[in-house]
Design a protein around this ligand. Sequence first.
Ligand SMILES: [Zn+2]
Length: 81
Amino acid sequence: MTQKKATPKTEPTVAVTAEPVDPIAAQYTTGKWHGHPNYQCGLCPFSTLSDDAMRHHVVQRHMRETGLLDRYGNALARVGG
Ligand SMILES: [Zn+2]
C-alpha cells in the first residue's frame, strides 16, 4: 500500500523581460490630458497629444543618426550630441 503525498507546486515564476527596448519610446512618458493620451518629452518641456509627433520630436530634436544599422536593418540613433 503506497500513499502519495500531495506536493504543492512550488516552481519559481521567472519574469520574462525580453521585450525589445524602443530607444525612442524610452525618451518620453505617456500621461493623460482630458481623457486623451498626452506624450511628455523626458528631455525637454515639449508635450503633445500625438504619438507620431512626439516620436518625430525625439528623433529630430534629441537624436542623431549614427550611420549604423541594427540587426533588423533599422538605423541606430543615440540621444544627445
Ligand atoms: Zn524634447
